[in-house]
Design a protein around this ligand. Structure first.
Ligand code: 13P
Ligand code: SF4
Length: 414
């Protein structure tokens, strides 16, 4: 497979292509190294989004009374508990969610429930952190399995991002640069964003976030977009009218991000070299294959997909957009959907009068979203019934204050 020349110039190599390193400015301190490999659910690393131990006395997955136990515990807890479920969660978990949504809607919902003493977040770690930041001191946020992290969020550590900012400052470019960070990032990255006058965004408001950053409110010369290069590039090029040449990719594993001062200065979008391991799997080949197999099919993808996939698709949008597009289509419509499989399967089941297929031929669940299952949910709820809070997610107050600034800026976007 070859890469489009403009994408190549923007730093996106075809799989298997050895990367080209341009000359880089000298650096005074060593690069933050890549994260050590941790087996999912084993070992611990509180500074990252990665899998950590979840040492609970979980009920066995084979227990035939799990659904009943979840119902009983849920009923006993009443309004004191609010259960949030991201659309990528398993059906067995979604069945117990008081509200389902994408990451933007769930952040709003968490902030709007001051009466609930406990928020049980069926999603991943960065979402639970955001909920803790947005809720009051009297509320506690629970993540039923601490191993539910996000590989994309792990691709930008606070240390690496501080180094990148130092590189921009050394080049005299930090002042004109506005950080815009995807919700899929650690609380520490959100705090960095707030400290430097930036905003958080999600896939449903990324365009508004960029308009804000470049518009009269901030008058940014360029944006440092963290950590999903694809959402940043797709929004800049397809929604903001920028060209691929306006984008450069900052590689945190190379001195100076692998970019020259001139490249950083001339860029309008400095895209962090991160991606989603689920959406990054879809390829142009998948699109061609499904179009050949199912004539007249509408290809509908999430903007975390690679640029060539999004460009080849018919419709692009956030998780909520994808759901609306399928829900509102007339009977007989045909969709190939490029997003997480739990959601695609749910849409297919909900619409037997429509054709809904997964864009890739191979199974592609988000392994960390799938960590939350019925045994973990039952364990979390039954523990609350006993007056015990397990797997509480807390964010350091200093980090939370700046992260909140960036989250509030997102919630206030026009
Ligand atoms: P949204 O919920 O914003 O669509 O993001 C998708 C995702 O990958 C969440 O982890
Ligand atoms: Fe992270 Fe991608 Fe999974 Fe979302 S789908 S939690 S971005 S790995």
């Amino acid at each position: 497979m070859t890469t489009h020349p403009a994408l190549e110039r923007a730093g996106v190599a075809a799989p298997g292509t050895p990367p080209v390193t341009p000359p880089a400015p000298p650096r005074s301190r060593p690069l933050a190294g890549p994260l050590e490999l941790l087996l999912l659910g084993r070992g611990s690393d509180p500074d990252s989004e990665r899998g950590v131990d979840c040492p609970g006395a979980l009920p066995p997955a084979s227990d035939p009374t799990l659904v009943e136990r979840a119902r009983t515990a849920r009923a006993a807890l009443g309004d004191s508990v609010f259960v949030l479920g991201h659309h990528y969660q398993r059906d067995e978990v979604i069945a117990f969610a008081d509200v389902t949504g994408d990451s933007f809607k769930l952040a709003q919902q968490a902030a709007a429930r001051p009466e609930a003493g406990h928020i049980v977040f069926c999603g991943v770690h960065f979402m639970a952190e955001s909920a803790d930041i947005l809720t009051g001191d009297h509320q506690q946020v629970i993540l039923p399995d601490l191993a539910a992290g996000c590989s994309m969020a792990d691709m930008a550590t606070a240390e690496q991002v501080e180094q990148a900012w130092e590189t921009l400052a050394d080049a005299g470019l930090a002042e004109g640069t506005v950080p815009v960070s995807y919700m899929n990032s650690s609380a520490a990255i959100k705090a960095f964003t707030g400290r430097h006058g930036g905003t958080i965004c999600t896939s449903s408001n990324a365009r508004r976030a960029l308009e804000w950053a470049f518009g009269p409110a901030r008058r940014g010369e360029r944006v440092l977009f963290l950590p999903d290069q694809h959402l940043g590039r797709n929004t800049a090029v397809l929604e903001m009218g920028m060209s691929l040449d306006d984008c450069v990719v900052y590689n945190p594993h190379r001195p100076g991000g692998g970019l020259t001062r001139e490249q950083l200065r001339d860029a309008r979008m400095i895209l962090w070299q991160g991606h989603c391991s689920v959406h990054g799997r879809f390829s142009l080949g998948c699109v061609d294959e499904v179009r050949a197999r199912i004539p007249g099919i509408t290809v509908l993808v999430h903007p975390e997909c690679r640029h060539e996939v999004v460009t080849a698709a018919d419709l692009v949008g956030s998780t909520e957009y994808i759901i609306k597009a399928v829900d509102e289509a007339p009977p007989g419509s045909r969709f190939a959907v490029g997003t997480e499989l739990n959601l695609v399967q749910r849409l297919a089941n909900r619409h037997p009068d429509k054709t809904v297929v997964f864009l890739d031929r191979t199974v592609c669940y988000c392994s960390t979203m799938n960590r939350i299952d019925l045994p973990h949910l039952v364990w979390a709820l039954e523990s609350l019934v006993r007056g015990e809070t397990v797997n509480r997610i807390t964010v350091d107050p200093d980090v939370a204050a700046y992260a909140r600034k960036a989250l509030d800026q997102m919630l206030a976007l026009p």
